[in-house]
Write a protein that binds this ligand. Structure first.
Ligand code: SF4
Length: 82
């Protein structure tokens, strides 16, 4: 939310697109909120957000996909166990 107008922002104000490249960066990466550090927590969250990192086999075996996601994120957050 924009603190000066109270309007809902369309995207995070810390997100930057590098000039002449299709690369996005976070201006506060080292100090980003925990929600950002922990994302994505679940495979369902990735499905809901239409994450392009999902693979067909992840959808076919979401339990195995969650285990892989937990492994990838082990330095960032505790494992998610439904
Ligand atoms: S990581 Fe978080 S704070 Fe950084 S650009 Fe993305 S949404 Fe914004």
């Amino acid at each position: 939310m924009d603190p000066s107008t109270g309007e809902q922002l369309k995207r995070c104000p810390w997100l930057r697109k590098t000039p002449k490249q299709e690369v996005y960066t976070c201006d506060i990466y080292l100090d980003r909120p925990d929600d950002c550090k922990f994302y994505p927590v679940t495979i369902n969250q990735m499905v809901e957000d239409e994450c392009e990192m999902l693979e067909v086999q992840d959808l076919a075996n979401s339990k195995r996909a969650q285990e892989k996601l937990n492994k990838i994120m082990e330095d960032s957050r505790p494992p998610y166990e439904p």
